[in-house]
Design a protein around this ligand. Structure first.
Ligand code: NAP
Length: 209
């Protein structure tokens, strides 16, 4: 019940296939910059936009996320999307979190800028922007005009004074899950790109070969 005290929760949404140090740097930076009480990692169960590529099964992506975050006292991991049947829509996750933590808890949904573009082009972007603030993590050099152009008309006016989509440039996001999977398949090293325990878990289970 203690968790009901939280007032500002960061929600790290991602497929985490696999989780890497760029994700962890992003979460820690958001925690500090936005004075978050907690960062909750939410691995997606059934990504709605990933029909074309088979991800590693949700349970193993979840386990790697737990291993990666275990030693940080303000990081937690949720099974919410993994246990929910059907596609993992962000709006459902935000609403469930508001039910658990209360309407007054402010939710900061942290994810990659391209994923935010995709969420905002889905139906009802106005409604989702009422329910949470988005923190778009970008690699340096990302063209921010694409994000601004994706905002609904009503949101553009408000954006100057009360922005609901914030941008955080993270140099460590030069690391990417795609590159890590490719490296493993080519027998190249991933040590120091992912936490030690995650590297060992991938090796032990022979993932991505
Ligand atoms: P993605 O399309 O695989 O990733 C887009 C970009 O964002 C990639 O460069 C990715 O790098 C990066 N990224 C992903 N998660 C990140 C994070 N937490 N922090 C920093 N960078 C991140 O996106 P995805 O992982 O499948 O989805 C991201 C989140 O958006 C998930 O929670 C997903 O459920 C949600 N989403 C929802 C909808 C919807 O509700 N309709 C649609 C799309 C996405 P890496 O590959 O290195 O992570």
């Amino acid at each position: 019940m203690g968790r009901l005290r939280y007032k500002r929760i960061g929600v790290m949404g991602g497929t985490f296939d696999p989780i890497h140090n760029g994700h962890l740097v992003t979460a820690e930076e958001a925690w500090k910059q936005f004075r978050l009480d907690l960062v909750l990692f939410v691995p997606s169960g059934h990504p709605p936009h990933k029909e074309d590529r088979r991800s590693l099964d949700a349970e193993n992506r979840y386990l790697m996320t737990v291993i990666a975050t275990a030693n940080n006292p303000h990081f937690q991991v949720s099974r919410m999307e993994i246990d929910r049947p059907g596609p993992s829509y962000t709006i459902d996750t935000i609403r469930e979190l508001h039910r658990v933590y209360g309407k007054n808890t402010e939710i900061f949904f942290i994810t990659g800028a391209d994923a935010i573009l995709e969420i905002l082009t889905w139906k009802d972007p106005e409604r989702i922007l009422e329910e949470c603030v988005f923190i778009a993590a970008t690699r340096p050099g990302y063209d921010l005009r694409r994000l601004e152009e994706s905002l609904p008309e009503t949101e553009r006016a408000r954006h100057a004074t009360d922005p609901r989509v914030l941008v955080m440039e993270i140099p460590a996001l030069a690391i990417s899950s795609t590159d890590i999977r490719r490296r493993v398949s080519e027998g190249r090293p991933i040590r120091y790109l992912v936490p030690e325990g995650v590297w060992e878990f991938i090796e032990k289970n022979g993932f991505y070969r």
